[in-house]
Every structure is written in structure tokens, then in C-alpha cells.
Ligand binder design. Structure first.
Ligand SMILES: [Mn+2]
Length: 288
């Protein structure tokens, strides 16, 4: 059970299910190609899966593992980033073809591009809520348009509405681009001012939403284990208050969690990531 590089998510508490018999499909993507500062995101999925086996199956409200959790083989991450994105797209497409719920574990943020492409094939209208310290709207970065710093640019260019939360680092060009595209957002310095009694998302935002969660959107005290930490992010409870609000009247169709770069001998960040994933699964379960 333990000691595997890629155990199944929560296999300590629940029998891993086959793809056809599980609602949640956890898809590990140990990809690290374009990381520009701290390294180690390739180790993220394995660390999260191992940490998940320390969770209790009751999340405090319900037991999302009752819906069944399938953990796929890790997506092949050899070769170019373009090849990896193709592999991600293929694997996520299999999940969507079975009408299951993808939970994609990064790896660097570029992998979201593959997931989003798969979603575009199976969902005719959806929006993305992007939790991050960085806007990730660059046209290209360090010579690649598939850099982690360009992840959301691809979505916006494809016409998908993107709502950003927690941003506190971007270039002037990205800021201009956001204005041009009339994107909506709550930058980190406005998080304290959120009125939770009102819907955060504009009425016109699609009913189906995908969460792309870069752990560096959180304050580094929650997730110090990430390549490009930025002070001043949202905290643990704020995230869940925000998520509850976002899901009012809307349906989560999947999420990814990216950019966890484990630190040796500091294991709470990967446990927090596993907990975050499992609590989100619980929120989804309680809305079905
Ligand atoms: Mn980021």
C-alpha cells in the first residue's frame, strides 16, 4: 500500500475503482518542462497521492470516496511540452467520454492547456476560475508559448471566459491584455473585501465551471512548496468560502491542482494539497 511512487488516491481507506465504476478520475501529470525558478513540480503528483493515504474518508460533512475514486497511470511526460499536452488531452478525454469528473494533478501549470483542450471537445460552454498569484497570460515566455506563464492565455485566446482570483504578479502587457479582453478578476489585494453574501461571479459567467488551482495562489504559509512563491495570497478558509460562493447555482466539471514542488522533510504542503482535493470532491458530492 505505501512505498509506491504512484499509489491510488486514498487507497488506504477505499478500494480503488476501475475507470468505469468511479465518479472521480485522478490523473497524475508529473511534468516539469518550462519551470523558471524553483524546481521540483515533477514530484508533486507522487507526493500528493502518497499524502492522500493519510486522509480520513469522512471529510467532516460527507464521504466523497463513496462515489468511487479511480487513479489513472501517470501521464507520460517524456518528450516535448507539446507532446505532453497531447498526452494530457488524450487521458482527460477518456475521462470525459465516460462522463466522469477529472482531477488533474500537476506538474507545472502548462498542463492545464491539455486539460482545457479536452474540455473544449466535450463541453460546449464552460468557464474557468483561475486561482493563482500570477496572471499566466503571456503570449510566450522564455521562448515557449506553452510555458507555465502562458497557461491561461491559451484559454482566453480560444474564447473561454476566465475569472482570476488571487493575482499579485503580472507584467504591464498582461494587465493591458486583461483590460482589452474585459476579463474579470479579484486580485489578491481585494480578497479581504469580498462580500460573501453576493455572488462573486458575474451573472453572465457560464454555469459550468472548471477550477484551475495553482497552489501559489494561496499565501506561501499554506503552500511554501512551490517554484515561484509570492507573499500575500488567500488563506485556507478564504479559499473554501470563495469556492462555496462560486459554486452557488453553478456546476463544477473538473479541476486541476498544479505547481506543488515538494520540499524534502516538510511534508505538510502535500498533505494540504491532498486535503484540498478531497474537500473539493466533497463539495462536488454534496451538490449532486
Ligand atoms: Mn502561479
Amino acid at each position: 500500500m505505501f512505498g509506491k511512487k504512484f499509489p491510488s488516491f486514498l487507497e488506504s481507506e477505499t478500494e480503488p475503482k476501475s475507470a468505469g465504476n468511479a465518479f472521480f478520475h485522478v490523473i497524475p501529470v508529473p511534468c516539469e518542462k518550462t519551470v523558471s525558478y524553483g524546481k521540483g513540480t515533477a514530484e508533486g503528483p507522487s507526493a500528493i497521492l502518497n499524502a492522500s493515504n493519510q486522509l480520513e474518508s469522512f471529510d467532516g460533512y460527507s464521504n466523497p470516496s463513496e462515489l468511487g475514486i479511480f487513479t489513472s497511470e501517470p501521464v507520460e511526460c517524456k518528450g516535448s511540452i507539446e507532446k505532453v499536452l497531447e498526452n494530457v488531452e488524450k487521458t482527460v478525454s477518456k475521462t470525459l467520454a465516460l462522463k466522469k469528473f477529472p482531477v488533474v494533478l500537476g506538474g507545472e501549470h502548462s498542463i492545464s492547456i491539455g486539460t482545457i483542450k479536452a474540455l473544449m471537445k466535450y463541453e460546449n460552454k464552460f468557464g474557468i476560475v483561475h486561482f493563482d498569484a500570477h496572471a499566466d497570460l503571456k503570449e510566450s515566455y522564455e521562448g515557449s508559448s506553452f510555458s507555465h506563464a502562458c497557461a491561461m492565455r491559451h484559454a482566453v485566446d480560444a474564447g473561454i471566459p476566465v475569472f482570476q482570483i488571487g493575482i499579485r504578479s503580472m507584467t504591464e502587457e498582461e494587465n493591458k491584455f486583461r483590460k482589452q479582453k474585459k476579463m474579470e478578476f479579484i486580485n489578491a489585494d481585494r480578497i479581504d473585501l469580498i462580500n460573501y453574501k453576493k455572488p462573486i461571479l458575474p451573472k453572465s459567467f457560464p454555469k459550468k465551471i472548471f477550477f484551475s488551482i495553482d497552489v501559489d495562489g494561496f499565501d506561501p504559509c499554506v503552500f511554501p512548496a512551490t517554484g515561484t512563491p509570492e507573499p500575500g495570497g488567500f488563506n485556507w478558509r478564504e479559499f473554501f468560502k470563495i469556492a462555496e460562493n462560486l459554486l452557488q447555482g453553478r456546476k463544477l466539471i473538473g479541476f486541476d491542482l498544479v505547481e506543488l514542488a515538494p520540499i524534502v522533510n516538510l511534508h505538510y504542503p502535500e498533505f494540504s494539497a491532498a486535503r484540498l482535493i478531497y474537500n473539493l470532491m466533497g463539495m462536488v458530492q454534496r451538490r449532486i
